[in-house]
Design a binder for this molecule. Structure first.
Ligand code: SF4
Length: 450
């Protein structure tokens, strides 16, 4: 057997084992396989300018997208709320993918259910799936809230979530006053960060309805955005505690995605209390820690809650300074001395290590807020971005990214690649490494620095 339980091999190593190599060899007789020399020739060709031009002329095909789909972001947002079960109206294969993705990444059980729509639901609609699914979920898993989103299938046939949830409540699937917020999350538009935004807006509008008071509760709300590093939520809580003001994180999934091993299974560890989320409508302000995963939620908060919102991305010295000054301005409390000392240590560490980073060139891809923040920090360290690729980009991101690059002497030779995928990135990287190896220099170097 090529795979050994004592030493599980990654697929790259695994496929080089003799058994697999023989398998590939045998397949050639059915697949009109080419000689190794021809395969090698084409492989080399895909690394050059000729292939790159063809690759970048691509319009109707995405290869290896650098983004996820909407429901993935929606269920990520949902589990930040206490006792919340994500419920996906649609096909179970999609939900298996979301659960696997998140469970593998965090090495934690990620609980999310699907209404398991199949061919009959695709023809007649998924109402009965919703009625049965909500009833089963409520009875079996005893959540405090069920947050509903959709896969492409439910969106294509036009399932109306509000009407379906109302009908399910009338059918007795869940009590009338049981919270079932929802968000339509069609994956043929946007990406996982759009789904996060839609679900956050859906949950907040559901929980806060009827809770507006005359006076503020004096708290500050934080919306982390689609930030996969749960340590950041804990850091926000530490910083707020050092200041000493009251706050609510909308929503805190750090315990859910990084739960302690106590020997007891807890299906819903941690999460923002539903009553705190309901009272967030009365806070004095809301700070979003990402811009591009929260635009609809911020617009909703400003219009419906009449609450000021702002975006702070506490990355690097500049971003963190701006964040702490915003907290001081909103709370009326000076920045704690402990944080000033930590800032000094951070500046010292950056100074001590800059000789390893300064002048190093790099390419980066990812989602808009993360890329913006990492590039900002790397520019502070004197590193020089060459390619900045964001698949789920938009005009706002492009403009702010270019402004950031223009603001630093180290950002002058970078090119921003909006809407491109990882196969485009491969062309960029192959060429860059090829150019470095051969010290190649021609007219075509207009947007690559070497
Ligand atoms: S893109 Fe659509 S069909 Fe594919 S996994 Fe996401 S929701 Fe399912």
């Amino acid at each position: 057997m090529p795979q050994n339980p004592e030493k599980i091999q990654d697929h790259v190593e695994l496929f080089h084992q003799p058994e697999y190599q023989q398998l590939f060899e045998n397949k050639k007789q059915f697949e009109n396989g080419h000689e190794p020399e021809e395969v090698q020739r084409v492989a080399e060709w895909t690394k050059g300018w000729d292939y790159r031009e063809k690759n970048f002329a691509r319009e109707a095909l995405t290869v290896n997208p650098a983004k996820g789909c909407q429901p993935l972001g929606a269920i990520f947002a949902a589990v930040g709320f206490e006792g919340t079960l994500p419920f996906v109206q649609g096909s179970q294969g999609c939900v298996a993918y979301f659960r696997t993705h998140l469970t593998r990444h965090y090495k934690e059980p990620f609980s999310g259910v699907s209404s398991s729509m199949t061919e009959d639901a695709a023809v007649f609609g998924g109402l009965q799936n919703m009625i049965d699914g909500l009833a089963n979920s409520y009875q079996l898993y005893k959540p405090k809230m069920i947050a509903v989103c959709t896969t492409c299938m439910a969106e294509v046939i036009g399932d109306d979530l509000q009407a379906f949830i109302n009908n399910s409540k009338q059918a007795g699937s869940v009590p009338q006053d049981f919270p079932v917020p929802y968000a339509h999350t069609p994956s043929f538009v946007g990406s996982h960060i759009t789904g996060y935004d839609n679900m956050m807006k859906g949950i907040l509008s559901n929980l806060t309805a009827g809770h507006k008071k005359e006076t503020s509760n004096g708290k500050i709300n934080f919306i982390p955005g689609f930030d996969t590093y749960v340590g950041n939520n804990r850091e926000i809580k530490r910083i707020a505690s050092l200041f000493g003001f009251d706050y609510t994180i909308l929503a805190d999934n750090s315990d859910y995605l990084d739960s302690p091993n106590t020997g007891e299974f807890d299906m819903y560890p941690g999460g923002t209390k539903l009553e705190d989320a309901a009272d967030s409508i009365n806070a004095k302000a809301t700070i979003a820690l990402q811009a591009h995963s929260t635009p609809k939620t911020r617009e909703y908060i400003e219009k419906e809650w009449k609450q000021p919102t702002s975006v702070s991305r506490p990355w690097g010295i500049k971003g963190t300074d701006e964040f702490l000054m915003k907290l001081s301005e909103l709370s009326g409390i000076p920045i704690p001395e402990e944080l000033e000392i930590e800032r000094g240590r951070a500046v010292d560490a950056m100074t001590d290590s800059h000789s390893w980073i300064h002048g190093k060139r790099f390419a980066i891809y990812g989602e808009p807020d993360l890329v913006y923040s990492v590039v900002g920090f790397m520019l502070e360290m004197g590193a020089e971005p060459v390619h900045v690729l964001v698949h789920n980009s938009n005009e706002v991101f492009e403009a702010e990214m270019k402004e950031l690059l223009a603001s630093s002497p180290f950002g002058q030779h970078a090119t921003v690649w909006p809407g491109k995928d990882l196969w485009h990135m491969r062309s960029l990287m192959c060429l860059l490494s090829g150019l470095l190896n051969t010290a190649f220099s021609t007219l075509k170097l207009s947007h690559v620095t070497i």
